[in-house]
Design a protein around this ligand. Structure first.
Ligand SMILES: [Zn+2]
Length: 432
């Protein structure tokens, strides 16, 4: 058992002062407001739940700061990304992911949904241990101290009706049944949830979607309508939007996260809301890749939940994602306060964790003891109302991160990994 004392804390009912948390068995067992610190570990700033990173491709981190010359589009960026995908093996994947997950914990993320499709050796030959790449991610997450939802991704085609390219062959299990058989060999554990994913309507033929849905026990994620070209190809091939195609094949329900959801019709928005799906927005990536700004407010008004992800990791900062979600809404509508701070918190914390299958993201008795402390006296945060802190702070204000009741980050330093910048530098340089 351990105890933490927060000068202030974001509880479900709002910000409270002098809050004593008791942690037992990795969960919050008791909360006392207007308490005395006693012998508890004192957290001097604002304590909030851990952030959920609902969408990640760890290996894309190797492209940060290397793709900004020469213009291009999402599709030319993808060619650069494929060069990294072709170079990785289980050892280098582990090295890179360990640094990336370390960076995430330093930034305040306590869980990550890894949308993992880099399954086999280059050319598509399975490794002797068929899930060697997924296990590399599991090992990296454990070392970094972050909870992992391994969203093992079905990827079968190079586009609608298109063969796989050489690089894409290592993503594929041949058929959805082949994918399901490999995934069945993965088991969750205390810090790992196994989920499934459809890469996109581009990469999984319509006739195989239902197999993926049926074989996925946990969370189910899909890239949806990130680019208009995907919609155009889907309409041409199937006479349906990607949302309509997924709905007609049993993919959409409450466990489903639709990643990006950028280019939607009003009928798509209504369908996603009716099925109570989660729309996972990745604002830093969507800006970086010139995707566009999706209809977040309309989706919530229709009944959808929201989550946030750092996706290709042009930045790893959960506060930036949250601020850009609201900022994008303001830019496209000309109105401020499109989401209340409480709505933004729900997306970043509780609904994000829910989308990844974790009972976390709320400072409540019984929830997993995953939380962090933000400095309230930095040059960025001084003078800010605690209720609006999430709209002012950055990842640089994360002082302490606790996962399962254990301190992983203290004074902004990762206790186990040490110099995470050096780990990332070495991993990225060896791939470049
Ligand atoms: Zn993605």
């Amino acid at each position: 058992m351990s105890t933490y004392f927060a000068r202030s804390a974001l509880l479900p009912g709002g910000v409270a002062e002098n809050v004593l948390f008791t942690v037992d068995g990795g969960r919050i067992s008791h909360i006392e407001v207007a308490a005395e610190p006693g012998s508890a570990t004192v957290l001097a700033g604002l304590v909030v739940p851990g952030f959920a990173n609902a969408h990640s491709h760890a290996f894309h981190r190797a492209l940060r700061g290397r793709t900004h010359d020469g213009g291009g589009t999402f599709w030319t960026w993808r060619e650069q990304m494929y060069r990294i995908a072709a170079a990785l093996d289980p050892d280098s994947y582990y090295e890179l992911a360990r640094g990336v997950y370390g960076e995430m914990v330093l930034a305040g993320y306590t869980s990550v949904g890894e949308f993992h499709y880099l399954h086999h050796a280059p050319g598509g030959k399975p490794y002797a241990e068929r899930n060697a790449m997924g296990e590399a991610l599991r090992g990296a997450a454990k070392h970094a101290g972050i909870r992992l939802t391994l969203l093992d991704t079905c990827y079968l085609a190079g586009g609608i009706g298109q063969p796989l390219s050489h690089t894409q062959q290592r993503f594929s299990d041949g058929t959805a049944d082949g994918w399901a058989a490999r995934v069945a060999e993965l088991a969750g554990d205390e810090t790992t949830v196994i989920g499934g994913a459809v890469h996109s309507v581009r990469a999984v033929p319509a006739g195989q979607l239902a197999t993926v849905a049926a074989a996925t026990a946990g969370p189910l994620h899909v890239h949806l309508s990130e680019q208009q070209a995907e919609n155009d190809q889907c309409l041409e091939a199937y006479g349906k939007t990607p949302t309509e195609l997924l709905a007609g094949n049993g993919i959409l329900d409450e466990r489903t996260s639709l990643v990006h959801a950028t280019h939607l019709t009003s009928a798509d928005i209504a369908t996603i809301g009716e099925h109570r799906c989660t729309a996972c927005f990745c604002p830093s990536t969507e800006a970086d890749l010139a995707d566009g700004i999706g209809p977040a407010r309309e989706l919530v008004d229709a009944g959808a939940r929201l989550s946030l992800g750092s996706d290709q990791h042009a930045a790893i900062d959960p506060l930036l994602e949250l601020q850009r979600l609201e900022g994008g809404e303001r830019l496209r509508t000309g109105h401020r306060g499109r989401f209340t701070p409480a709505e933004l918190s729900t997306a970043a914390f509780a609904d994000g964790h829910r989308s990844l299958g974790w009972d976390a993201g709320r400072l409540e008795t019984g929830a997993l003891a995953d939380f962090l402390c933000l400095r309230t006296n930095s040059v960025r945060t001084a003078g800010t109302l605690p209720e609006q802190m999430l709209l002012a702070a950055t990842a640089a204000d994360v002082d302490t991160v606790v996962v399962g009741g254990k301190i992983i980050v203290r004074n902004g330093q990762h206790g186990r990994l040490g110099d995470v910048g050096a780990l990332l530098h070495n991993a990225c340089e060896s791939l470049a």
